[in-house]
Each structure stands twice: as C-alpha cells, then as structure tokens.
Design a protein around this ligand. Structure first.
Ligand code: 2P0
Length: 317
C-alpha cells in the first residue's frame, strides 16, 4: 500500500488572512493564487500493519509533532487503520513564507485518497486539504486558481491554465529560518486585535472582482496594481495586530524598492510577500532574466528560485 504524489506550493495574489470558522478551518475571505511548478513537495505514503505508530520524515529528518498529519489521515481513513510511514521531500525552505504547507497537505490528501481508492473529486480534495491548511486547497488545481467561500465549505475554480497565461515567478530568498509565529496563530491574533481587520474582510470581494476581471483580460498591469495593493493591505493588518507581526526583514524592503525601480524602467513585474521575508516577483517571461539578475545583486539575498505555473498534483505511484 504505497502512493507517491508530487504537488507544488501556490502563491496568493489576493490573499487569505483570517478564518470564519477555526474548527473547520474555513477562511474568512475568498482568495486567488498561482500554483507553481519548479518548487515542489513529494510525499511518499506507505500504510503498513507492521508499524506501531504513524511516522513522518521531512527531508529524511524524523518529526516529533505530527498531530496535524495524524488528524488529516484519521479524517479520511477513520481511526481504525494501519499506521502510515510518510517520507516527505521538499526542494525549497519549509515554514519560511514559501507556502510549504500548501504543497505538503495537498500532496498528503491526494496520496491518501489514491491509496484508499476513494476517487474524490476536485472539490472534496480541496475541502479536505483546506480543512488542514487553508492555502493547501488551492494547490489541488494548477494555473490561476480562485477559492470561493460557500456555506459550510469552499469551492475552487481554475481561472486560467498555465498555457493560457504563462506567467513567471522570481523568488528572492532573504532568510531560510522558520517563521517566529505560525500563520494560524498570527491570523487569530490579527482577527482579535487589528482595528482594520473587519474592513479587510469586508473589502476583499471588491479586490477579488477586480483581479478576476484583469485575469480574464490577461491585463498584467491591472493585475499588478490590485495584487500589490491587496498584499500591502494584508501586511498592514499584520503590522497593526497587537503585538504587531512583521514578517519582513530589511532585504525584503530593499527588494521591494528594486522592483519599483524595474517598474519605473518599464519592466512588467510586481511583488507579493506572504507570511515570511521572501519576496516573489511575478513577471512576464521576457522580463524574467533581468529581474532575477537585479534581485540577485541585492545585499542580503541568499538565493534566487524561479518558477512557471504548474498544472497541479502529479500522482507518480
Ligand atoms: C495565502 N497565507 O493566501 C496567505 C497569505 C500566508 C499569507 O495562507 O492556518 O498555512 O494552515 O489555514 O494556509 C498561509 O496560511 O494557514 C497563508 P492555515 P496557511 O496564501
């Protein structure tokens, strides 16, 4: 009983920050993201009656706190089951604002579903993945993906395939350390204490509509403007949380200024930043080389990763 699944993280252009239901892990706002291809998590899951407990290895290191993984398996298979041995390999920094939970939990859900021969459809897979980690639901599809809130559940839709609009992403890694505060904890604090949280939630549908319209017209400059605006709104919620949550470092800000310079010079590029200090520059293919070179020259940038848009989960076995 073995399954191997590879999935990629997704980067939100219109962000998810806050939950309407913490028990079911349902997001407070709709979101729009791009699923990557060159960054990935590969999950190798084996169920065996020889095991005396579940075990998880990430990049060959045994993990101690695996309750989220255990609960996820239980909720699909029930508690009367063989234990699982899970080997996870990830080719990018984990828990550092590069959405590793989106690739990890989407891969886990697809792998277990395949092992159990459940044949769940996209929406069931997305709801299961999202119940463990909100952003993981969006990695169930490739290309540009919209996540909608519905009563008691979510729905995901592919707005454009990777071939429809082959955007590129240049990621400047500025610090590989694990984040000091998890997204879940930070979101809760923001909802409880930021004076701007309720307007963030109320205004999100306007941003979603605007982004949706620019995406359908493949209007890069329009998408750039609304994406940067939405990103900065989310970070202003984090900054105005008590105590304030600042995921950026000084290199993050230097990269942001460098992207502003590139924009002034006519390059088609915009930035987005998540719950970590890495900066993601979204661009058109013809601008990628110049942007990667410019970001790589900035003091404090440790490495550059580049990616296109991917097609979603790959079941390897
Ligand atoms: C997003 N982030 O839309 C936003 C932007 C980070 C900033 O979704 O609590 O790991 O597991 O549902 O999915 C990161 O949060 O949070 C996230 P949980 P998740 O991508």
């Amino acid at each position: 009983m073995q399954s191997i699944v590879r999935t990629s993280p997704n980067i939100a252009l219109i962000k998810y920050w806050g939950k309407r239901n913490t028990i079911k892990n349902l997001p407070a706002v709709d979101s729009i993201s791009i699923t990557l291809d060159n960054l990935w998590t590969e999950m190798n899951v084996i169920f065996s009656s020889d095991l005396s407990n579940d075990e998880l290895f990430i990049n060959e290191k045994k993990q101690n706190n695996i309750s989220r993984v255990k609960n996820c398996i239980d909720s699909i298979c029930g508690e009367q089951r063989d234990y699982a041995s899970i080997m996870s390999r990830c080719n990018f920094p984990i828990s550092a604002g590069l959405a590793s939970s989106s690739s990890s939990f989407s891969a886990l859900v697809v792998a277990i579903n395949s092992l159990m021969k459940k044949k769940w459809n996209t929406q069931l897979l997305a709801n299961q993945a999202g119940s463990v980690s909100g952003s993981a639901a969006r990695s169930i599809l490739g290309g540009i993906v919209k996540l909608n809130n519905e009563p008691e559940k979510i729905r995901i839709t592919q707005l454009l395939s990777p071939n429809d609009w082959p955007l590129r992403v240049v990621i400047a890694i500025t610090d590989k350390k694990e984040k000091a505060i998890s997204s879940s904890k930070a979101m809760k604090l923001s909802a409880d204490t930021s004076p701007f949280y309720s307007s963030w939630v109320e205004d999100q549908n306007d941003d979603i509509k605007e982004a949706n319209s620019f995406i359908s017209k493949k209007d890069f400059e329009g998408l750039a403007s609304i994406s940067e605006h939405n990103c900065m709104k989310m970070h202003s919620i984090m900054w105005t949380t008590r105590p304030s949550i600042v995921y950026w470092n000084s290199t993050t800000i230097d990269c942001m200024h460098a992207i502003r310079d590139l924009q002034r010079n006519g390059e088609s590029v915009f930035f987005t930043i998540d719950a970590g200090p890495q900066i993601k520059a979204i661009c058109l293919p013809e601008n990628e080389e110049k942007i990667a070179k410019k970001l790589n020259e900035i003091k404090g940038v440790q490495s550059i990763m580049t990616s296109g848009l991917g097609s979603g989960p790959i079941i390897e076995k």
